[in-house]
Design a protein around this ligand. Structure first.
Ligand SMILES: Nc1nc2c(ncn2[C@@H]2O[C@H](COP(=O)(O)OP(=O)(O)OP(=O)(O)O)[C@@H](O)[C@H]2O)c(=O)[nH]1
Length: 337
């Protein structure tokens, strides 16, 4: 069944009135002209086709009377997607508004209002809370004709459930930005984010620190305890690093046993304190491999943004040099340059 407002309207008009009486014999009066009967049959067939089409569509087609501020038609998919009765939303548009997630409501309704000026809004996505409490993502496009000469007033829309598409997109985003082993940012994502912070710091004259951290003698850990234990070391190291960050800091695995961190708005003394805390926390980690507990150490290179660092690569190169200096000086230390 098509859900329609009770008032008649050309778009969602219900054929609810009883059909004209059909004569039982050729002598019954008044008779209905053959042509009218044929037209009635044609209209009924069209209505059935329309109902079938609307029922099989998995998008909500809707028609909104802007002046009256009420929906005059929603297609059957409304009840499936929103998990709410169509009669309630046709009764009051507030029902639709209340279904929109509170964080998205203002932007979604502003988009609807904009269609009056623009004629079409094709990019409108928001979350709804279904009747059963489930959260769904909708793409809700809307269009508006010139109307009756007194300004636009009838808005038509197509709302589609894009929850699966959104889930897929966010999984893809996770895969593209996360290191599969340690779940920290991967090299590409770390440097992309670092680049934005670098530009902000250069333009605004804010302090910025860059830290490189490399596990000492990691090859020996692999050789002594096996590659799997080596992997566990990297995972625990990543968790330890992430736990010491401040809000807004970046942390990522940029190579085999090499991690990097970027500290925006962070002065050199403060950055050194973070690096020292990290060094101490890593030294305290204990790993168990076949009842042979062992600990690890790391070497760190720490630099702060200088006026002659004209690119992120320049800052990175200085941090790399500082880290190798720490290795050359005997490892298990921080070199700040
Ligand atoms: N388990 C494990 N090992 C890795 C991974 N990526 C790289 N490695 C190993 O990390 C080791 C790095 O060895 P080296 O570059 O010689 O460095 P190191 O032994 O840490 O020596 P120093 O840097 O001088 O302290 C190599 O044996 C790599 O095979 C990984 O994802 N998992």
């Amino acid at each position: 069944m098509i859900a329609k407002a009770k008032d008649e309207h050309p778009v969602g008009k219900a054929v609810e009135a009883a059909p004209p009486a059909i004569p039982s014999s050729p002598d019954d009066k008044p008779s209905i002209p053959r042509q009218a009967l044929a037209e009635l049959a044609r209209l009924q067939a069209r209505e059935q086709l329309f109902d079938l089409l609307m029922a099989s569509l998995n998008v909500v087609l809707w028609v909104f009377d802007w002046r009256a501020q009420r929906l005059i038609y929603v297609s059957p998919a409304y009840e499936r997607i929103f998990g709410r009765p169509a009669s309630a939303v046709l009764e009051s548009f507030a029902e639709w508004q209340q279904s929109i997630h509170p964080d998205d409501r203002e932007q979604a309704l502003a988009g609807l209002a904009e269609v009056l000026e623009k004629g079409a809004i094709e990019q409108r996505e928001y979350r709804i809370v279904r009747g059963d409490g489930q959260l769904r993502w909708l793409s809700d496009k809307c269009f508006c004709n010139e109307g009756d000469g007194q300004g636009r007033s009838i808005v038509v829309g197509i709302a589609e459930d894009i929850t699966e598409k959104k889930r897929f997109e966010s999984e893809l985003q996770m895969l593209a930005t996360t290191d599969a082993l340690t779940q920290s940012s991967n090299r590409r994502h770390f440097f992309e984010c670092a680049q934005s912070q670098f530009q902000l710091a250069r333009q605004g004259g804010f302090p910025l620190a860059f830290l490189l951290l490399d596990v000492d003698d990691f090859k020996r850990i692999n050789d002594n305890h096996g590659h799997q234990v080596g992997d566990q070391v990297l995972c625990q190291l990543a968790r330890c690093g992430a736990s010491l960050l401040r809000r807004g800091d970046l942390f990522g695995r940029i190579g085999g046993e090499e991690f990097a961190a970027l500290f925006p708005y962070c002065r050199p003394e403060e950055a050194l304190q973070i690096a020292e805390r990290l060094q101490r926390s890593i030294r305290r980690l204990v790993f168990n491999a076949e009842d042979r507990p062992f600990r690890i150490t790391v070497s760190q290179g720490l630099v702060s943004l200088r006026p002659d660092d004209t690119s992120l690569s320049a800052l990175y190169a200085r941090a790399d040099e500082a880290m190798y200096q720490a290795k050359r000086q005997g490892k298990d230390r921080i070199v700040q340059a």
